[in-house]
Ligand binder design. Structure first.
Ligand code: HEM
Length: 479
């Protein structure tokens, strides 16, 4: 009886329109077993080829809609933004660990609007120009660290991206070392990243589990939540205490404060630059072409600056390619549907989870160059008949919730990429057969996906390059 009533309600709501197509599902668990826990976006890409630009799947009663093209993402997330702009707040990361109060998770309403206005003012392309010097200085510190300890290029990159966010967000001196703030932020970042993946915890899929008493054997939900909440609170409050002390002492640097999810924002930069380093070792010809262009502009006499950017088209194409090749947020930042909707003859039920499938959009074959290759030429008109879709139109998201840190993030990439190419050689290690090793690291499956560690050989390009770095660092140390 109950079943028939439900079916009748569904028919009335869907007005007889079908759900978007998708893989056949099991009556009890839906497509749970069809979605691999590792790199699920690879399976979602197969489904794009099989079912089209909008795909529907179900996991334990949770409906997921995949938007596999720029057009569908813009049609829903931009043109119907009032209905598609609330975030999916996973039960564990959100309500239980407390991230639901963070700006990035707030529903589209007055509180979100007010904060969005503030971030827009402090992060507009014009406003972030004032951080050029900080970004160039931190890039130089990174390069200096590489001269001394090139094998450590990954943890030093974490430090550099952490430094940028800490100095811009809290006004910390740029030399903030790998002390409490950054290492603490790093482990919390991992925790947040994991807890923001929809379905990472069983309680995200079956929310009533959170009502089970904590004394039940094997019920670790409350313990996990309490420890996550404590870690996040500590990470969020500690730097504020530092700034407060500085203010009292009259030494605070000018800065703005953003949000407790800010560490994920340095994670995006970290993920993209790490993929860039990997690409440079794997694609020496691209590295050569970037260096040729930079040398023509700066002549090896100085380090590149933001003022050079307009004269570096190949570098700009490389940054696009680094954003595209292994997209850092392969499934964007999940949204939910407020009210029932109808689109292209399909029914989209209220409460569905919407994922913009950035991974699938990035696998665009318009230029005729294979999407798996790292090839900046795909964006250059004089190299291809038709250029690839510009990643700036999708890697930062869609509609009113598009990434407000787009310009700042892009500038971070420019400072680190040009600094590295102006001064360093990046090579694959040589194997026992005397040939370069084919480096093929795993990528993580979290909300931000980045490469696991790998080995490359990094050496300064010349004594003059080393001197330029030392010279720049000697000017920054006084700050
Ligand atoms: C390469 C670097 C970055 C990438 C690829 C990136 C990507 C993204 C994406 C895909 C979203 C989700 C947008 C949507 O829902 O459609 C997002 C949101 C966001 N990003 Fe970024 N981001 C980057 C850097 C930054 C930086 C540097 C900041 C801040 C300093 C930042 C701040 C934010 C915030 C606050 C949101 C949430 C906005 C909202 O919910 O209204 N991001 N980002």
């Amino acid at each position: 009886m109950w079943y028939w009533k439900k079916c009748a309600q569904y028919r009335a709501k869907s007005k007889g329109f079908p759900l978007p197509p998708g893989p056949p599902r099991n009556h009890l668990i839906g497509n749970l077993l069809d979605i691999p826990s590792s790199l699920p976006w690879n399976r979602f890409l197969e489904w794009k080829y099989q079912y089209g630009d909008i795909v529907s799947v179900e996991v334990l009663g949770n409906r997921i809609i995949l938007l596999n093209s720029i057009a569908t993402a813009n049609d829903l997330l931009q043109k119907r933004s009032n209905n598609y702009s609330d975030r999916l707040v996973p039960r564990m990361g959100g309500k239980l660990m407390g991230l639901d109060q963070s700006f990035t998770m707030l529903p589209l309403g007055p509180a979100w609007k007010q904060q969005r206005k503030l971030t827009h003012t402090s992060l507009s392309a014009e406003a972030v120009r004032k951080y050029f010097t900080i970004q160039e200085d931190i890039a130089a510190l990174y390069l200096d660290g590489l001269i001394m300890n090139p094998k450590d290029f990954i943890s030093q990159l974490r430090l550099a991206t952490g430094r940028i966010i800490m100095s811009i967000t809290y006004g910390f001196p740029i030399q903030t070392s790998d002390n409490l703030y950054i290492s603490e932020a790093e482990s919390t970042m991992r925790l947040i990243g994991e807890s923001m993946v929809p379905g990472a915890y069983l309680v995200d899929l079956i929310p009533w589990l959170s009502r089970l008493p904590s004394w039940l054997p094997f019920n670790t939900i409350h313990k996990t939540a309490a420890s996550g909440r404590a870690q996040i609170e500590t990470m969020t409050l500690r730097p504020f205490e530092h700034v407060k002390c500085d203010m009292e002492a009259g030494t605070a640097h000018p800065s703005f404060t953003l949000d407790c999810l800010k560490d994920l924002q340095s994670a995006d930069t970290y993920a993209v630059v790490l993929s860039f380093i990997l690409a440079m070792a794997k694609y020496p010809k691209v590295q050569e072409a970037i260096k040729k262009e930079i040398d023509q502009v700066v002549g090896g006499e100085r380090l590149p600056t933001f003022q050079d950017r307009v004269n570096l088209p190949y570098v700009n194409a490389t940054i696009k390619e680094a954003l595209r090749w292994k997209a850092a947020l392969p499934l964007g930042f999940a949204r939910t549907v407020k009210n029932d909707d109808f689109f292209q003859g399909y029914y989209i039920p209220a409460g569905s989870i919407v994922l913009s499938n950035i991974w699938a959009i990035a696998h665009d074959e318009k230029s005729g160059i294979l999407p798996e290759e790292f090839c900046p030429e795909r964006f250059l008109k004089n190299h291809v008949h038709e250029t690839a879709i510009d990643p700036y139109t999708y890697v930062f998201g869609f509609g009113p919730r598009v990434c407000p840190g787009k310009s700042l993030g892009d500038n971070n990439l420019f400072a680190l990429v040009t600094g590295l190419m102006a001064t360093m050689n990046i090579m694959s290690p040589i194997g026992a057969d005397g040939k370069p090793v084919n480096i093929d690291p795993q990528y993580t499956s979290g909300f931000v996906s980045h490469s696991e560690s790998f080995d490359v050989i990094i050496t300064p390009r010349s004594a003059q390059a080393t001197e330029l770095i030392k010279e720049r660092v000697s000017h920054t140390t006084s700050q």
